[in-house]
Write a protein that binds this ligand. Structure first.
Ligand SMILES: [Fe+2]
Length: 230
Protein backbone atom coordinates (compact mmCIF):
# COMPACT_ATOMS: atom_id res chain seq x y z
CA UNK A 1 0.00 0.00 0.00
CA UNK A 2 0.99 3.59 -0.49
CA UNK A 3 1.08 6.28 2.18
CA UNK A 4 0.64 9.61 0.38
CA UNK A 5 1.38 12.01 3.23
CA UNK A 6 4.02 11.71 5.94
CA UNK A 7 6.62 13.60 7.90
CA UNK A 8 9.19 10.83 8.11
CA UNK A 9 12.28 12.74 6.98
CA UNK A 10 14.63 13.66 9.83
CA UNK A 11 14.75 17.25 11.10
CA UNK A 12 12.87 18.74 8.16
CA UNK A 13 9.86 20.06 10.05
CA UNK A 14 7.75 19.18 13.10
CA UNK A 15 7.88 15.49 12.14
CA UNK A 16 10.73 13.06 12.77
CA UNK A 17 13.53 14.59 14.83
CA UNK A 18 16.43 12.38 13.75
CA UNK A 19 17.33 9.37 11.58
CA UNK A 20 16.61 6.88 14.39
CA UNK A 21 13.05 8.16 14.71
CA UNK A 22 12.64 8.14 10.91
CA UNK A 23 13.75 4.52 10.64
CA UNK A 24 11.44 3.52 13.49
CA UNK A 25 8.52 5.25 11.73
CA UNK A 26 9.39 3.60 8.43
CA UNK A 27 9.53 0.18 10.10
CA UNK A 28 6.13 0.81 11.66
CA UNK A 29 4.70 1.82 8.28
CA UNK A 30 6.11 -1.39 6.77
CA UNK A 31 4.53 -3.40 9.60
CA UNK A 32 1.18 -1.81 8.68
CA UNK A 33 1.56 -2.95 5.06
CA UNK A 34 2.98 0.20 3.47
CA UNK A 35 5.60 -0.46 0.78
CA UNK A 36 5.76 3.06 -0.67
CA UNK A 37 5.64 6.31 1.28
CA UNK A 38 5.51 9.88 0.04
CA UNK A 39 7.79 11.95 2.27
CA UNK A 40 6.03 15.31 2.36
CA UNK A 41 7.78 17.78 4.68
CA UNK A 42 6.17 21.18 5.06
CA UNK A 43 7.22 23.75 2.50
CA UNK A 44 6.50 27.38 3.35
CA UNK A 45 7.36 29.75 0.53
CA UNK A 46 7.75 32.61 3.04
CA UNK A 47 10.53 30.81 4.87
CA UNK A 48 12.75 29.41 2.15
CA UNK A 49 13.11 28.96 -1.58
CA UNK A 50 12.43 25.62 -3.25
CA UNK A 51 16.20 25.36 -3.89
CA UNK A 52 16.95 25.71 -0.17
CA UNK A 53 14.17 23.28 0.71
CA UNK A 54 15.35 20.70 -1.83
CA UNK A 55 18.94 20.94 -0.56
CA UNK A 56 17.73 20.29 3.00
CA UNK A 57 15.57 17.43 1.79
CA UNK A 58 18.48 15.83 -0.07
CA UNK A 59 20.58 15.94 3.10
CA UNK A 60 17.73 14.39 5.10
CA UNK A 61 17.36 11.60 2.53
CA UNK A 62 21.10 10.97 2.52
CA UNK A 63 20.98 10.41 6.27
CA UNK A 64 18.53 7.58 5.70
CA UNK A 65 19.82 5.92 2.54
CA UNK A 66 22.63 3.99 4.19
CA UNK A 67 20.21 2.63 6.78
CA UNK A 68 17.43 1.52 4.45
CA UNK A 69 16.96 -1.98 3.13
CA UNK A 70 14.28 -4.03 1.39
CA UNK A 71 12.18 -4.20 4.55
CA UNK A 72 11.71 -0.42 4.60
CA UNK A 73 9.12 1.27 2.37
CA UNK A 74 10.35 2.99 -0.76
CA UNK A 75 10.52 6.76 -0.13
CA UNK A 76 9.12 9.15 -2.72
CA UNK A 77 10.45 12.62 -1.94
CA UNK A 78 7.79 15.32 -2.06
CA UNK A 79 6.49 18.29 -0.10
CA UNK A 80 3.38 19.53 1.62
CA UNK A 81 3.17 22.95 0.05
CA UNK A 82 1.30 25.59 2.03
CA UNK A 83 -1.05 27.49 -0.28
CA UNK A 84 -0.50 31.21 -0.74
CA UNK A 85 -1.93 33.78 -3.13
CA UNK A 86 0.27 33.68 -6.22
CA UNK A 87 1.23 30.02 -6.01
CA UNK A 88 -0.14 29.28 -9.48
CA UNK A 89 2.28 31.72 -11.08
CA UNK A 90 5.43 29.97 -9.80
CA UNK A 91 7.42 28.23 -12.47
CA UNK A 92 9.26 25.81 -10.18
CA UNK A 93 6.34 23.81 -8.77
CA UNK A 94 7.37 20.64 -10.54
CA UNK A 95 10.40 20.32 -8.25
CA UNK A 96 8.05 20.06 -5.25
CA UNK A 97 5.90 17.25 -6.69
CA UNK A 98 5.89 13.72 -5.26
CA UNK A 99 8.61 11.49 -6.70
CA UNK A 100 8.60 11.51 -10.49
CA UNK A 101 4.92 12.40 -10.63
CA UNK A 102 3.25 15.74 -11.24
CA UNK A 103 1.23 15.33 -8.02
CA UNK A 104 1.59 18.44 -5.88
CA UNK A 105 0.33 18.10 -2.31
CA UNK A 106 -1.16 21.47 -1.34
CA UNK A 107 -2.15 22.40 2.19
CA UNK A 108 -5.04 24.83 2.15
CA UNK A 109 -6.01 27.38 4.83
CA UNK A 110 -8.61 26.25 7.37
CA UNK A 111 -11.06 29.03 6.59
CA UNK A 112 -13.77 29.59 3.99
CA UNK A 113 -11.85 30.19 0.80
CA UNK A 114 -12.46 33.30 -1.22
CA UNK A 115 -13.51 33.17 -4.85
CA UNK A 116 -10.00 34.16 -5.87
CA UNK A 117 -8.50 31.28 -3.86
CA UNK A 118 -10.79 28.81 -5.60
CA UNK A 119 -9.95 30.45 -8.93
CA UNK A 120 -6.25 30.06 -8.24
CA UNK A 121 -6.70 26.37 -7.44
CA UNK A 122 -8.43 25.96 -10.78
CA UNK A 123 -5.51 27.78 -12.44
CA UNK A 124 -3.11 25.44 -10.67
CA UNK A 125 -4.97 22.45 -12.07
CA UNK A 126 -4.61 23.93 -15.56
CA UNK A 127 -0.81 24.06 -15.43
CA UNK A 128 0.62 21.50 -17.79
CA UNK A 129 2.09 18.54 -15.90
CA UNK A 130 0.92 19.66 -12.45
CA UNK A 131 -1.84 17.73 -10.71
CA UNK A 132 -2.84 19.37 -7.42
CA UNK A 133 -3.80 17.12 -4.52
CA UNK A 134 -5.40 18.89 -1.57
CA UNK A 135 -3.96 17.64 1.72
CA UNK A 136 -6.18 16.31 4.54
CA UNK A 137 -9.35 17.82 3.12
CA UNK A 138 -11.30 16.79 6.22
CA UNK A 139 -9.84 19.86 7.93
CA UNK A 140 -11.53 22.33 5.61
CA UNK A 141 -14.21 20.36 3.84
CA UNK A 142 -17.04 21.62 6.05
CA UNK A 143 -15.93 25.26 5.69
CA UNK A 144 -16.57 25.43 1.94
CA UNK A 145 -19.77 25.53 -0.05
CA UNK A 146 -20.66 22.16 -1.58
CA UNK A 147 -20.55 23.65 -5.07
CA UNK A 148 -16.91 24.66 -4.54
CA UNK A 149 -16.11 21.05 -3.84
CA UNK A 150 -17.92 19.85 -6.94
CA UNK A 151 -16.14 22.45 -9.05
CA UNK A 152 -12.70 21.39 -7.81
CA UNK A 153 -13.43 17.70 -8.36
CA UNK A 154 -14.78 18.43 -11.84
CA UNK A 155 -11.60 20.26 -12.72
CA UNK A 156 -9.57 17.16 -11.85
CA UNK A 157 -8.19 18.27 -8.49
CA UNK A 158 -7.54 15.24 -6.32
CA UNK A 159 -8.25 14.88 -2.65
CA UNK A 160 -6.23 13.32 0.15
CA UNK A 161 -7.57 12.45 3.59
CA UNK A 162 -5.77 11.30 6.67
CA UNK A 163 -6.22 7.78 8.00
CA UNK A 164 -7.84 9.10 11.17
CA UNK A 165 -10.84 10.31 9.13
CA UNK A 166 -11.66 6.64 8.49
CA UNK A 167 -11.16 5.68 12.12
CA UNK A 168 -12.81 8.29 14.32
CA UNK A 169 -16.40 7.40 15.11
CA UNK A 170 -17.64 10.91 14.29
CA UNK A 171 -16.29 10.89 10.76
CA UNK A 172 -15.78 7.32 9.63
CA UNK A 173 -19.21 6.90 8.02
CA UNK A 174 -18.80 10.15 6.11
CA UNK A 175 -15.31 9.05 5.04
CA UNK A 176 -16.62 5.79 3.66
CA UNK A 177 -19.44 7.46 1.71
CA UNK A 178 -17.05 10.07 0.26
CA UNK A 179 -14.70 7.30 -0.80
CA UNK A 180 -17.42 5.39 -2.63
CA UNK A 181 -18.65 8.64 -4.26
CA UNK A 182 -15.19 9.15 -5.70
CA UNK A 183 -14.45 12.29 -3.64
CA UNK A 184 -11.34 10.84 -1.99
CA UNK A 185 -8.38 9.77 -4.09
CA UNK A 186 -5.50 9.28 -1.70
CA UNK A 187 -4.99 8.15 1.86
CA UNK A 188 -2.15 9.38 4.03
CA UNK A 189 -0.96 8.68 7.54
CA UNK A 190 0.29 12.27 8.04
CA UNK A 191 2.46 10.67 10.72
CA UNK A 192 4.83 12.98 12.60
CA UNK A 193 6.24 10.53 15.17
CA UNK A 194 5.37 7.27 16.93
CA UNK A 195 3.74 8.81 19.99
CA UNK A 196 1.38 11.77 19.56
CA UNK A 197 0.87 11.51 15.79
CA UNK A 198 1.75 7.92 14.84
CA UNK A 199 0.84 6.23 11.54
CA UNK A 200 -2.56 4.48 11.61
CA UNK A 201 -2.90 3.88 7.92
CA UNK A 202 -2.90 0.09 8.24
CA UNK A 203 -6.01 0.30 10.44
CA UNK A 204 -7.71 2.62 7.96
CA UNK A 205 -7.07 0.30 5.02
CA UNK A 206 -8.23 -2.65 7.15
CA UNK A 207 -11.48 -0.84 7.94
CA UNK A 208 -12.08 -0.04 4.27
CA UNK A 209 -11.40 -3.69 3.43
CA UNK A 210 -13.91 -4.80 6.09
CA UNK A 211 -16.61 -2.44 4.80
CA UNK A 212 -16.01 -2.53 1.06
CA UNK A 213 -13.95 -5.66 0.52
CA UNK A 214 -10.30 -6.42 -0.15
CA UNK A 215 -10.86 -6.01 -3.87
CA UNK A 216 -11.84 -2.38 -3.27
CA UNK A 217 -8.59 -1.74 -1.39
CA UNK A 218 -6.69 -3.46 -4.19
CA UNK A 219 -8.33 -1.08 -6.67
CA UNK A 220 -7.37 1.94 -4.55
CA UNK A 221 -3.83 0.65 -4.53
CA UNK A 222 -3.83 0.08 -8.28
CA UNK A 223 -5.13 3.63 -8.83
CA UNK A 224 -2.32 5.00 -6.68
CA UNK A 225 0.32 2.98 -8.49
CA UNK A 226 -0.98 4.19 -11.84
CA UNK A 227 -0.62 7.77 -10.54
CA UNK A 228 3.04 7.12 -9.77
CA UNK A 229 3.74 7.12 -13.48
CA UNK A 230 1.44 10.05 -14.30
FE1 LIG B 1 1.13 16.96 7.00
Amino acid sequence: MIDWHSHILPAMDDGSRDPDESIAMLRELARQGVDTVAATPHFYANDESPTQFLARRTRALEQLYWRTDATIPRILPGAEVRYYAGIASRDDLRSLCIGETGLLLVEMPEIRWTTSTVQELLELSDIHGIFPVLAHIERYLHLQHADVWAQLLDSGIRMQVNASYFLEWRTRRKAMSMLTEGSIHFLGSDCHNLTTRPPRIGEAYARIARKLGTEYVAQMDAYGRAMLTE
